[in-house]
Write a protein that binds this ligand. Structure first.
Ligand SMILES: C[S@@+](CC[C@H](N)C(=O)[O-])C[C@H]1O[C@@H](n2cnc3c(N)ncnc32)[C@H](O)[C@@H]1O
Length: 345
C-alpha cells in the first residue's frame, strides 16, 4: 500500500509506462483484498483497501483517463487505447469496492464469430459468483476450440457463476445445458446473461447446493428453480462441467459426492473441470479434491496443467490470443484441466 501511495504522488499521468506501473500496483492491492476475502482460514489477515485510498485511487484513475484522452487525440497510439481499457476496468473495480457501481457487462470474444456479453455483480451481492473467473474463461476457450466437446447429451454445469461456460456451450451447439449455482442472486444474474445472449432455448438456470447431496442438508423441494433431476434419484447426466469450483478446502468434500450422484454409469460419461492453481497456500485444496475424486470412484483420463504460454503456443487466432491475454491479466496464472471418468471394475 505504501508503494502505491508513493506511486500515486510521483507518477506522470502523461507517461504510458508510469501509468502502467501505477495500474500494476493498483491491481496488486485490489487483488490482495479479494484474495484475503477468499481465504477460508483467515491466515492472510483481512487486506481491506481503506475508503480514503479507494477515493484517491478513483481520483487518480479519472485524472489518468483525461491525460490518456489528450494523448490519444495527439498521437493515435494503439497502446493508449489499451491503457484506456485498463483504466476503465480498474475504475469499475474501484467502484465495486465502494459498493456504488453500476452493473458491469464484459464482452468476451472467443473467435471471430463467437462473442458473449456477461454481466457481473458485486462481491456483496453474489460472493464468489460475482465475476467471471479466469478458469471459466479458459474452460469456455477450450469449448470454443473443440478441446472440450459439447456433444449431444444434456450437460450439467456445477457452480456456473455468471454463466460464461454454459452460455458458450450453448453457442457451440449443445442440445441442453442445466446451469446450476446455489445463491438466488447468482441464478438471477445468470438467467439475465442467458437471455441477453439468446441461449434460453438451450440453457436453463437452476438451484443446486452441493451440501444438499454431500452433507444431506434439506432440499427446498418447492423452489421454482430447483434442478428437476434432484427429485428423481434415477436421473443422471453423461456430461458434467465445472470451472473453478474447487477453491476452498471444503469443496474437496462437497464436489466429488455431487459428481457421484449425477454422473451416469455409462462408460462414456465424463466430467470436465478447469481449476485455478493458486499457489502453495491453496495447494491442499487441490490435493484433497483429487483424493476425494478417487475415493468416490473417479479416475482422471486427462490431468493437464495449463499456463498462458502453453495456451498461446497453440493459438494462431488473433481473437483467441487477445481473449487469453486479457483474461490472464489477474493473479491466477496456472490452471489444471481434468477429464474424469468412473473407475470401471
Ligand atoms: C470461483 S466461482 C466460479 C464461477 C464460474 N464457474 C466461473 O468460472 O466464472 C465458484 C462458483 O461456485 C459456486 N458455489 C460455491 N459453493 C457452492 C455450493 N455449495 N453449491 C453450489 N454452488 C456453489 C459459487 O457460488 C460460484 O458461482
Amino acid at each position: 500500500m505504501d508503494e502505491l501511495e508513493t506511486a500515486l504522488l510521483t507518477a506522470n499521468k502523461n507517461s504510458l509506462s508510469d501509468v502502467g506501473s501505477v495500474l500494476d500496483r493498483m491491481d496488486a492491492v485490489l487483488g490482495a483484498a479479494v484474495e484475503s476475502e477468499r481465504d477460508p482460514t483467515g491466515a492472510l489477515g483481512r487486506q481491506t483497501v481503506p475508503p480514503e485510498m479507494q477515493r484517491r485511487m478513483g481520483g487518480w484513475v479519472t485524472g489518468a483517463v483525461a491525460a490518456m484522452v489528450r494523448l490519444q487525440a495527439r498521437d493515435q497510439d494503439p497502446r493508449v487505447d489499451e491503457m484506456l481499457d485498463r483504466l476503465a476496468a480498474l475504475n469499475a473495480d474501484i467502484a465495486r469496492l465502494t459498493g456504488d457501481a453500476p452493473a458491469l457487462v464484459k464482452t468476451w470474444r472467443f473467435t471471430e464469430n463467437l462473442t458473449v456479453d456477461i454481466k457481473e455483480l458485486s462481491f456483496e451481492e453474489a460472493a464468489f459468483g460475482w465475476q467471471t473467473w479466469v478458469a471459466g474463461v479458459v474452460f469456455a476457450h477450450l469449448l470454443a476450440r473443440g478441446v472440450i466437446p459439447v456433444g449431444t447429451d444434456p450437460i450439467l454445469e456445477l457452480g456456473c457463476g455468471t454463466g460464461i461456460v454454459g452460455i458458450v456451450a450453448a453457442k457451440m451447439g449443445a442440445k441442453r445445458v442445466f446451469m446450476t449455482d446455489y445463491m438466488p442472486a447468482i441464478q438471477a444474474n445468470t438467467q439475465s446473461n442467458v437471455d441477453s445472449n439468446q441461449c434460453q432455448h438451450v440453457a436453463t438456470v437452476h438451484s443446486l447446493d452441493w451440501s444438499w447431496i454431500a452433507e444431506n442438508t434439506p432440499i427446498p423441494k418447492d423452489s421454482a428453480t430447483l434442478l428437476p433431476q434432484l427429485l428423481d434419484t434415477n436421473s443422471s447426466f453423461d456430461v458434467i462441467f465445472g470451472a473453478d469450483i474447487c477453491y476452498e478446502l471444503i469443496h474437496g468434500r462437497l464436489v466429488p459426492p455431487v459428481c457421484a450422484r449425477f454422473l451416469s454409469l455409462s462408460p462414456n460419461a465424463r466430467i470436465y473441470f478447469v481449476t485455478g492453481l493458486r499457489g502453495e497456500r491453496f495447494a491442499q485444496d487441490i490435493v484433497q479434491f483429487e483424493e476425494k475424486m478417487t475415493l468416490f470412484g473417479f479416475q482422471p483420463e486427462t490431468c493437464l496443467d495449463l499456463s498462458l504460454d502453453a495456451l498461446l503456443a497453440q493459438e494462431t487466432d488473433s481473437f483467441a490470443r487477445n481473449l487469453l491475454n486479457a483474461a490472464f491479466s489477474t493473479l491466477v496464472k496456472q490452471f489444471r484441466f481434468y477429464v474424469y471418468r468412473r473407475i470401471m471394475t
